[in-house]
Structure formats: C-alpha cells, structure tokens
Design a protein around this ligand. Structure first.
Ligand code: ADP
Length: 447
C-alpha cells in the first residue's frame, strides 16, 4: 500500500529531464538515502525520463512511500501512449540495476514505469508529520538550471572516480597483504614439514634403537634360559645322588645309626628333595622359555584328564573341611596337548589345595564363545589385587601367605602361564583376600 505522494511533477520537454533528476535526488535525500543511492535514483529517473520524453507526450511523475512493510520509496512515471512497453523494456536493462524493482505496464490508458528502492535501515521513520515536513520542503525546492545539474553531475562523477581509485588502491593493498600472508603460510609450512621430517628421523632412530635393545634383551633372556637349563641339569644328578645316598644310609640293611645321625640324614634328604623340586621346576621353566616345548596336538578327552586329576590330587586334600570337586566336564573334547594341559591344571589345583584351609577347591570347564574355559576356584586365602600380576613373576610369593603344605618355589604360576601361551591361550586371575581365588585358563577351541 502506498500513501499520499510526497511530490508530483510533469515532464513535458527535454529540459524537464534535468529537473526530474534534481527532484529525484532531493526526494531521495529527504527520505534518508545516502549519497550514492541518491545518485542511483536520480540517474534511473533521468534515464527513464529521457526515454519517455522521446515519445512526444507528457509524463507524470509521482514519488510516494509504502505505508507498511519495509519502508520503500516508490516512483511511478506514466505517459498516455499505450503499448510503449515493448519499445521501453529492452532499453531499461541498465536502469534495472540501479533500483530494487522496475516494472513496465502497458494499459489501455497509457504506459507506466514503476520503480522502487528500499530505504536504508538507518533512515528515520516516515511518520505522517515527517511526511508533511518533507512535502513542504520539496514544494519550496527551486529547480536549478541544466548547467547547475551538469555541475552536480560532474562532481558526482569525480567523487565516483575517486571512490573507484580508492577501491583499486585498497584492492592492490589487499593483494599485497594476501601475498605477504601467503609467503608467511608457505614459510610456516616449510618450517613445519622440516620439523616433521626431523621428528620422523628421530622416531626412525628411536625404533632402530628399540629393535637393537629388544635383540639384546632376547639374547640376554636366551642366555639366562640356557644358563638355568645347564645349571639345573648339572645339579639334578648330584642332588638325586644325595637323596639316594640318604635313603641308603637309613636303609634297614645298612649299619645302625644313632638317633641324632638318623635325624641329620633325614634333614639332608628333605633338603635335597626340596632342591630337586626347585631344580626340576627351573628346568621346566627354562625349557618353556627357550621355546623348546613343542605341543603334541591331539583330540584330548577331557573326561579322562579330569578323572586322572581327581585321582592323583585327592590324596593331597587331607583336610576334611575342604571339599575337593572335579566336576564332570561340560565340554567333552578339545584339540590340545594332553600332557601340557594336565600339567597346567595340576599346578593350579595344587596351589588351590595349598592355600585353602576350609571350604572348597573346584575344577570345571565350559564353552565361552570360541574358547574353552577351565576354572579352578578355591575359597582360600586369596591374593591382594595389586599382586595379581606379580604372582606370575618367577620366584614371587605373596608376602606372609603361608602354604598349608609344602614350601613351593614361586615358579609354578610363571611356568603354567608359559604353557598356556604355548597352547595358544591366556590365563587370568580373580581373587579377593580372605574369600578365595579363581584362576581361569581359556584355550581356543581350535588352536
Ligand atoms: P608356589 O610354588 O609358591 O606355589 P606359584 O608360582 O605357583 O609358586 O605361586 C606364586 C604365589 O602366588 C604363591 O606363593 C602364593 O603366594 C600365590 N598363590 C598362587 N595360587 C594361589 C591360590 N590359589 N591362593 C592363594 N595364593 C595363591
């Protein structure tokens, strides 16, 4: 919706085109357009005016503003030649770029050109009072001569040229800055890639050193295993001899010994037995570590293995307060090494029996996904959580934990874990001091 026009005028002769141009600029200034927009509107008006005046008839020009919505200046230029639109439209393409909208209407009564341009948001509100003031001022406006208008146009042209030059200078400066930034970015990039290369070289060197260290470590570990194997092998024969000689000395067919002598010989035999089990354990571990144990894969009948364990270990459970249970295996067969598997389980069960004063020691087996899990659970002394890894170290024994039978060497668990590894599985422990321990050996169904 538009309101009562701010101003009207009529273009009759060519000179009026200058007037409409001046008036357009004045109206634009009054409603709040900035200098550049004033020039745009004035130029659009004079261009349309110039085209219309050549039709040889009077053109009525009316300036209004919208009454609602976004405040907009509307200009309507009407002349009474109908059907002039076809001639005008192609000539108005340039003018279209100076305003927001431009439409040409051909009516029975004549031809209308309507243009609009939105007021800048900063322009003051067009209240009815302000509209009246603007109307008054425009009515008092005295149009200048074409010469005046030419002067104004020239000034505007100079200003526009100045602005173009300033923009070109700005552009050149921006370009220079961009180039500078580019150079900076490139320098940074080079620096970064140099640093990266340097770091890479460092990492490569570090890896080489690590490789070298692990070769040394492997060599040291192999040397240790060799040493242990040799020493224990060499020790086995004399220790066995000591045990045998001890047995001979106390034999009934030998000369009678005094009570003190018998006690001393018994001591020697007991110590030699301890030494022999240590030597045997060491030899086993050294063999396992040296990779000298090759599993003998076969279809293991777990019922048979469990039965054998039940039979051989029951004699160790001398306490009536402890229930020794080897369950019926829930998994009947498994592809594994029977001897190694029995050794692992015997080891865990012996430990469980050693550290359980009352309650139960229980062996069971079950499927768990692609694994077969053997569980040795006891209700014994338990192991503090922070030592769950340490008990797998050679010679480590939980401080203060007292085995109920036998002394132990601290080599059983490291050996058992080695064997589990050789069978392609893993061993873990869950244990709470005072409540008991559960050792779980999981072996793959097919190794
Ligand atoms: P050891 O010959 O002493 O049994 P192991 O390597 O078999 O050596 O075990 C190391 C230590 O781990 C044991 O000395 C004991 O302190 C602890 N341990 C192992 N099994 C159990 C268990 N079932 N209950 C409580 N403590 C255990």
């Amino acid at each position: 919706m538009s309101r009562e026009p701010l101003m009207r005028m009529r273009i009759r002769v060519e000179q009026d085109v200058f007037t409409v141009r001046q008036l357009g600029r004045e109206v634009a200034r009054e409603v709040g357009f900035e200098s550049q927009d004033q020039t745009r509107l004035a130029t659009a008006l004079s261009e349309v005016g110039r085209l219309l005046v050549t039709a040889g008839r009077d053109t009525d020009v009316a300036f209004t503003t919208t009454a609602d919505g976004v405040p907009t200046l509307l200009v309507e230029m009407v002349h009474p030649v109908p059907g002039d639109g076809a001639r005008l439209r192609p000539q108005l393409t340039q003018v279209r770029r100076l305003v927001d909208t431009l439409e040409v209407g051909d009516g029975e009564t004549g031809t209308v050109v309507r243009m609009s341009r939105r007021l800048p948001p900063s322009s003051p509100a067009l209240t009815p009072d302000r509209m009246d003031e603007i109307r008054d001022r425009l009515a008092g406006h005295v149009p200048g001569t074409p010469f005046d208008e030419l002067t104004v146009q020239n000034q505007q042209l100079i200003a526009a040229l100045d602005e173009v030059r300033a923009q070109r200078d700005d552009l050149a400066r921006l370009n220079a800055e961009l180039e500078e930034t580019n150079r900076g970015v490139m320098a940074l990039y080079h620096q970064l890639s140099d640093e990266l290369e340097e770091t890479n070289r460092g990492v490569v060197a570090l890896y080489a050193e690590l490789d070298e260290k692990s070769v040394q470590l492997r060599a040291a570990s192999e040397a240790k295993s060799r040493f242990l194997a040799n020493v224990s092998h060499e020790l086995r024969a004399p220790v066995t001899a000591i045990i045998g000689l001890g047995r001979l000395l106390t034999d009934e067919s030998s000369d009678e010994l005094t009570e003190e002598q018998s006690r001393q010989v018994e001591l020697i035999r007991a110590s030699a037995s301890d030494l022999l089990s240590l030597v045997n354990d060491l030899l086993d571990l050294a063999k396992a570590e040296a990779g000298r144990i090759e599993p003998n894969w076969s279809d293991v009948d777990l019922k048979a293995v469990f039965g054998q364990l039940r039979g051989t270990l029951r004699p160790l459970t001398t306490r009536p307060e402890v229930d020794f249970v080897v369950e019926e295996p829930a998994v009947p067969r498994l592809r594994s090494d029977e001897v190694l598997l029995a050794q692992i389980l015997r080891n865990l069960l012996t430990n469980a029996i050693k550290f359980t004063a009352e309650g139960s020691v229980r062996l069971s087996v079950a499927r768990n996904g692609g694994d077969v899990e053997f569980t040795v659970a006891d209700t014994g002394t338990g192991i503090p959580p922070e030592l769950h890894e340490r008990i797998f170290e050679e010679f480590y024994q939980v401080p203060g934990s007292q085995a109920l039978s036998g002394k132990g060497t601290g080599l059983g668990l490291p050996y058992a874990r080695r064997l589990v590894g050789i069978l392609g599985g893993a061993m873990r422990v869950e244990s709470t001091p005072g409540q008991g321990s559960t050792f779980v050996v999981s072996l793959p169904v097919s190794p």
